[in-house]
Design a protein around this ligand. Structure first.
Ligand code: NAD
Length: 489
């Protein structure tokens, strides 16, 4: 029975906020408190959303040119800016992350996503070829960009608003209509986004939002719907496989941003303090719940012991606590369920023979946070490369540090992974940086930094880490259908 006196989060379908009979609880991972009751979409509600999106393609939205659509996107960005603190509160309520992070990263990036893709869409290029013909008059071949149609967007909980808007913005900029399903763990900021889009005067049906779970719920209803033209998904690799099977009958366009087991490589010539600070950030930011986080750290042997000691000192001092405490570095994991998974890896690491250098435990606060989903930042050494804790994505504040001796050796060890999303290299040798970066089998390599993003650049992974690229013109290509027109002169 849903509890009273907490907000109800509803769907947004065909320009209206609608409730469904069944609801589920949205709890804070800080202390287990109920923050909202969330309506779960049944198949009929998802169908209404998809049909509304299809009708909207043929309505006034379909008549707008790119300049007009860009203006709509800027209005949405203005709307998020005007309700900035509401978005921060929604994101923090669902995730428990430090307020400062929600302000500087999540909500700030949502605004940037809309503004960037509004401006980028205006630069979308097309092609033109002059083609000789037998009569000498010739022909012109040129391409036009059309919307793909109705785009289904399925997003995860780890950076809820950032990752949702990363897809909604380019989809709308290219003239598509959208049915979005945020994670069941983090529905609140998506619900606010629907309010902002509504207030921005976006025509009914252009943006629809349905809440619910994955298999047997809104996620599956959406991916199996025959009237969806494309699916863009961010989440776990095994969910990606399930979705791939679901969309195969309809041969729909797909873009997948999936899991990672990313490496950081620290060469002995690196700026030591910068590398320690960088790996601290890349392993423990957002409690390790960023797909780009480094869970495998390789350190060149001459500096291995010093590096492990320095990272341990920084991790031991990492402050865990309430989101509104300005001193706090890290909040809880997303849920008790996810903490159970992370704790199972803490136990497994010991069984596999790891040395626990730091953490590996649950902090005890003696207050409401003991009902939350906290763990300590954790560092292991001593595991072989094939250990499960070194090969499987854990998605928590955890890294394993291993020594290496040679450049070719570390490249082979980094590449010996089913995943291939990101890598961070730490070296002051420029030639080495170039040489190694191009040999690492990933979609994104950073040198002497981590998670420095320019939204014009391609984003995506290889292997189990994904399919396709988004970002910059790659997003414009995914969210547009390029059609060729041939005119005989
Ligand atoms: P998840 O796969 O469990 O869920 C993601 C979304 O998919 C949720 O909205 C969920 O309800 C939905 N879903 C689940 N099963 C479904 C099904 N059968 N059909 C349709 N929808 C379904 O992932 P998560 O736990 O929310 O997120 C964490 C994962 O996301 C990690 O593996 C992380 O690496 C990955 N991730 C990747 C990127 C990237 O850009 N590569 C970014 C962020 C997160």
């Amino acid at each position: 029975m849903p509890a009273q006196n907490v907000p109800q989060i509803r769907h947004y379908v065909d320009g209206e906020f609608v409730a469904t009979a069944h609801a589920f609880a949205d709890r804070s991972p800080v202390d287990g408190r109920l923050v909202a009751n969330v309506c779960e979409a049944d198949e009929a509600t998802v169908d209404r959303a998809v049909q509304a999106a299809r009708r909207a393609l043929a309505g006034p939205w379909g008549q707008l040119d790119v300049q007009q659509r860009a203006a709509v996107l800027h209005r949405i960005a203005d709307g998020i800016e005007a309700r900035f603190d509401d978005f921060v509160a929604a994101e923090v309520g669902d995730t428990g992350r430090p307020l400062a992070q929600a302000r500087s990263l999540d909500v700030a990036r949502a605004i940037t996503n809309f503004r960037t893709f509004a401006d980028l869409a205006k630069t979308a290029n097309t092609e033109l070829f002059e083609t000789p013909t037998a009569d000498g008059a010739g022909a012109l071949n040129y391409t036009v960009r059309k919307p793909v149609g109705v785009v289904g967007i399925i997003s995860p909980w780890n950076l809820p608003l950032l990752l949702l808007t990363w897809k909604v913005a380019p989809a709308l900029a290219c003239g598509n209509t959208v049915v979005a399903k945020p994670s069941e763990e983090t529905p609140a900021s998506a619900a606010l986004l629907a309010e902002v889009i509504h207030a921005a005067g976006v025509p009914a049906g252009v943006f629809n939002l349905v809440h619910g779970f994955g298999g047997g719920s809104a996620g599956e209803f959406l991916t199996r719907h025959p009237d969806i033209d494309a699916i863009t998904f961010t989440g776990e690799s095994k969910t990606g496989s399930t979705i791939m099977r679901a969309v195969s009958d309809g041969v729909k366009e797909i873009s997948f941003e999936l899991g990672g087991k990313n490496a950081a490589v620290v060469f002995a010539d690196a700026d030591f303090d910068a590398a320690v600070a960088g790996v601290l950030r890349s392993s423990f930011t957002n409690a390790g719940q960023v797909c780009l986080c480094s869970e495998r750290v390789f350190v060149e042997r001459p500096i291995f012991d010093a590096f492990v000691a320095a990272l341990k000192a920084r991790a031991d001092a990492w402050r865990i606590g309430y989101p509104d405490d300005a001193e706090v570095d890290m909040g809880p994991l997303i849920s008790q369920g996810h903490r159970e998974k992370v704790l199972s890896y803490f136990r497994l690491a010991v069984e596999e023979g790891a040395t626990v250098v730091s953490g590996g435990t649950v902090p005890v606060f003696g207050d409401a946070r003991d009902h939350g989903a906290y763990v300590r930042p954790t560092i292991w050494t001593g595991l072989p490369d094939h250990a499960r804790c070194v090969t499987e994505e854990i998605f928590g504040p955890v890294c394993h540090i291993a020594p290496f001796d040679r450049e070719d050796e570390v490249i082979a060890r980094v590449n010996d992974s089913a995943y291939g999303l990101a890598c961070a290299l730490w070296t002051t040798n420029l030639a080495r940086a170039h040489r190694v970066a191009r040999q690492i089998r990933v979609g994104l390599t950073w040198v002497n930094t981590w998670y420095l993003r320019d939204l014009r650049t391609p984003f995506g992974g290889v292997g189990l880490s994904g399919l396709g690229r988004e970002g910059g013109r790659h997003s414009l290509d995914f969210y547009s259908e390029v059609a060729n027109i041939c005119i005989k002169l």
